[in-house]
Design a protein around this ligand. Structure first.
Ligand SMILES: C[S@@+](CC[C@H](N)C(=O)[O-])C[C@H]1O[C@@H](n2cnc3c(N)ncnc32)[C@H](O)[C@@H]1O
Ligand code: SF4
Ligand code: SF4
Length: 368
C-alpha cells in the first residue's frame, strides 16, 4: 500500500509562500524529500517554522539511517478502525490476528499528546474502511482543531449520506476514493464483494453534497489502482472523473500476486532488484502507524500481533519509537544482515539485505 505514491511532486527546494489571515506563518522553504502532493498542500496549510525545523531534523536522521530517532514524525497513520465490508485480494484486514475495533475519539489525546506540536498530516486510513467508523467526523474535528491536516481513503461502497455531510463539515482536507475500474468485471478483479456502480454513485453524491455547500474542501480525488485487469479502463475512468467533477484523478501502483503494476505494466525492479528505485524503507524512521487501540507496529505492511512494538496507552512516543525492536529493524535497513525482523525480505529494503527470509517471528521487544 503506497497511498501517496502517485501524488509525488518530485519537487524539492522550491520556495513556497505560506500566508494566512493572521500572518502567523512565514515564508518557508519546503525542502523535505519525497514530499507527496497531498503532503505539499498540507504543509502550505498547516506548516509552521517550528514544524519545519523538526521535519528537517527528521529528514536528516532518515537519510542517515539513524538507529535512534529523536525528532518527531510530521505525518502519521492513525487507523480509524480495521473493519471492512470488502475482501480485496491482497488486503490483510480479514486474515490479520490483530484485535478488531474502532478508534474512540476520546483516546486521540492520549495517543497524540507528544506528537501534536509537530504534526502536519494525519492519514486516517490503514487496512480497514474508515467510513465504517460512525465517529469519523468527530475524529477529524479533533485533529482539525489542532491545526493538523487530514486525509481519508475510502472504498465508498457503504457511505450513508448523513455521514457524508458530517465528514464534509468536519474540516477534512482530502477524501480519496479508491475505485479501480468502471465495469463491474474489472472492479471485481481486485475489490471482491464491492460494486463499481455503488461506489461511483456514492462518489458522485459526495461531490454534489460538497459543492452544494459552496466549499472547496475536502479536495476529492478518485484514485485508480493499476492492475493487469484495470489498465484498459483508465481512459474511460479519467473521462468519467471529469464528468463527476472530482478535483483530481490519480493512478496508483497496484500490488498483486508479487508484482507491482503501473500504467506501463509491471515494475521492472520486481524482477531486477538492481533497478529498485526506493533506496530503503523510510517508514521505520518517519512515517509511523498507530492502530485504533493505540498499538504501534513497524508499518502498514505488517498486520501481525507478534509485531506490536508498543502501546501508546502505556508508553510515551519516544520510548516506543526507540525501543530495541525499532532500532534493530533500522539497523537491518542500514545494512546489518544479521538482524532477524519482519522487514527481512520486504521489497522496501535494499536487496543486499534481502539475503534470506527466515520466516521466524521477532519477539516483541521489551522496553529499554
Ligand atoms: C488499504 S486501503 C484502506 C482504505 C480503504 N479501505 C480503501 O481501500 O481505500 C488504503 C490505500 O491502499 C490502497 N491499496 C489497497 N490495496 C492495494 C494494493 N494491492 N496495492 C496498492 N495499493 C493498495 C487503497 O487503494 C487505498 O488507497
Ligand atoms: S476496501 Fe480497503 S480495507 Fe477493505 S479490503 Fe479493500 S483494501 Fe482492504
Ligand atoms: S522494510 Fe519493514 S517497516 Fe519498511 S515497509 Fe518493509 S516491513 Fe515495513
Amino acid at each position: 500500500m503506497e497511498p501517496d505514491s502517485t501524488f509525488a511532486t518530485g519537487s524539492s527546494g522550491a520556495a513556497k509562500t505560506v500566508d494566512d489571515d493572521t500572518g502567523r506563518r512565514a515564508l518557508m522553504l519546503i525542502d523535505l524529500p519525497n514530499l507527496s502532493r497531498v503532503g505539499d498542500q498540507l504543509w502550505q496549510r498547516y506548516g509552521t517554522p517550528d514544524k519545519l525545523d523538526n521535519a528537517r531534523r527528521l529528514a536528516k536522521l532518515t537519510a542517515a539511517c539513524a538507529e535512534r530517532i529523536d525528532a518527531f514524525p510530521w505525518r502519521i497513520v492513525l487507523e480509524p478502525g480495521n473493519l471492512c465490508n470488502l475482501h480485496c485480494k491482497e488486503c490483510p484486514t480479514h486474515e490479520s490476528d490483530l484485535p478488531k475495533g474502532l478508534l474512540d475519539p476520546a483516546d486521540i489525546e492520549t495517543y497524540l499528546q507528544d506528537l501534536w506540536p509537530h504534526l502536519v498530516q494525519v492519514n486516517l486510513f490503514n487496512w480497514g474502511e474508515p467510513v465504517l467508523n460512525p465517529r469519523l467526523p468527530e475524529i477529524i474535528e479533533i485533529i482539525h482543531r489542532r491545526d493538523v491536516g487530514t486525509q481519508v481513503h475510502a472504498n465508498m461502497n457503504r457511505f450513508p449520506e448523513a455521514l457524508m455531510g458530517r465528514v464534509i463539515d468536519s474540516g477534512l482536507d482530502f477524501l480519496v476514493a479508491s475505485i479501480d475500474g468502471v465495469s463491474e468485471t474489472a472492479y471485481a478483479g481486485y475489490r471482491v464483494g464491492g460494486s463499481a456502480k455503488q461506489s461511483l454513485e456514492n462518489l458522485e453524491r459526495f461531490v454534489k453534497l460538497r459543492d452544494a455547500r459552496g466549499t472547496s474542501t475536502p479536495k476529492i480525488v478518485w484514485r485508480f489502482l493499476c492492475f493487469p485487469h484495470t489498465l484498459d479502463e483508465i481512459d474511460q475512468a479519467r473521462r468519467l472523473a471529469a464528468d463527476i467533477g472530482v478535483d483530481d484523478f490519480a493512478l496508483g501502483e497496484g500490488f498483486l500476486d508479487g508484482r507491482i503494476w503501473t500504467s506501463d505494466g509491471p515494475k521492472s525492479y520486481v524482477d531486477n532488484p538492481s533497478e529498485q528505485p526506493v533506496p530503503y524503507c523510510n517508514d521505520l524512521f518517519d512515517f509511523p502507524v498507530i492502530h485504533w487501540d493505540g498499538t504501534v507496529l513497524p508499518c502498514c505492511y505488517v498486520a501481525d500481533r507478534r509485531f506490536i512494538w508498543g502501546d501508546l496507552r502505556q508508553s510515551s512516543w519516544m520510548d516506543i519509537f526507540n525501543r530495541a525492536a525499532f532500532r534493530e529493524a533500522r539497523r537491518l535497513v542500514a545494512g546489518d544482515t544479521s538482524i532477524e525482523c519482519p522487514c527481512r525480505g520486504c521489497f522496501k529494503i535494499p536487496k543486499l539485505v534481502q539475503l534470506s527470509v527466515s520466516g521466524e517471528a521477532h519477539e516483541v521487544a521489551a522496553p529499554v
